[in-house]
Design a protein around this ligand. Sequence first.
Ligand code: SR1
Ligand code: MG
Length: 395
Amino acid sequence: MSIIKQGIYHPLTETTAIELALNLSIFSEDAKLSCNEIGDGNLNLVFHVVDTHAGKSIIIKQALPYAKVVGESWPLTINRAKIEADALKTFGRIAPDFVPAVYYTDDVLAVTVMEDLSHLLIARTGFINGETYPLISTHLGEYLAKTLFYTSDYGLGPTRKKEQVQQFINPELCKITEDLIFTDPYYDAETNEFEEGLRPFVVALWRDEELQFHVNVLKKTFLTDAEVLLHGDLHTGSIFANNSETKVIDPEFAFYGPAGFDIGQVFANLLFQVIVNDKKRDLFVEHIETVWDVFKNTFTILWETQNKEVLAQSTSFISYNLSKFFADALGFAGCELIRRTIGLAHVADLDGIKDEQTRLAAKRKSLELGGILIKQRKNIKDLGEFIEIVKGKIN
Ligand code: SR1
Ligand code: MG
């Protein structure tokens, strides 16, 4: 008898996840499956289902009706599973090399069944363990260029684009970002988490009216600039990698927003390694340069060859757009540096530093660099100047 309740949402267990997997005909009927819940993120259950005999495996991801990082007191729509599955399919059509394959979705159970990427490692974990993944920045530059161009008005045409804007309306997950990235770190909010040694710097930040003005402007850009379909949470915990492959996972925060947001999150999460990884700092600086160079070159080619908008193909207009993306990306990177240091949901790059003084010094650098990027984003004229500022602040 089936133990999966039909038509009703309920959280899966390792046993019911196996039953679901057998029902999908991905494995043979007599397969002996084993299953482990391996979710270590902030929001979802993740089941790893394996048929060792046939050498086959899948991932079953299920949204919980609350934020796992906080508990049942923070209810959350399970509709995010549909947004995530739709985004994986959309990004998978545009950039198949960099997105896991989706095998099955169930909107009632809020389940997505997808390719198992366990031959790869979460990039943040890999970086902390000393990996540098030589191709990750080239791959991310290409992924960003393709997903951001092909979902824009210029790559998709205005009618299809508006249909997609509608499909990816994602108010609850956007609200999390609006609060946790653009609001809470800038006042004494309950969600903030920081160690006492940082308090003087945090209080100074709460009193910095110039900073708050610029964060307000960036938040307005996030709220209103429906330029492209964003991943929406593109930190290094949303990327699987090894030395030859890169896969972008977890787009449950996907929505139409400013292109610079995804780029900025990638910059910021590479900057954490620039800040903490003395021995490999130059390699992570190079990764940031490569992400932008590959993004810019690939996006420009797509713009010039695939543009649906006749009048858009002027040098001055592409350069206007790239400058906007770059300035926005620097500002959003600054916001990400600050929120991951003093807000809810930190990063192990910083929190994992054992020595207190070293950790506090790294966190201060993150806050300072974040503030500079937010305030100076429109005055930083190019990549070279950005990198000079980073090096000046970190060394
Ligand atoms: C309550 S969710 C906290 C954070 O985890 C996700 O990965 C996003 O980064 C979000 O801001
Ligand atoms: Mg996530």
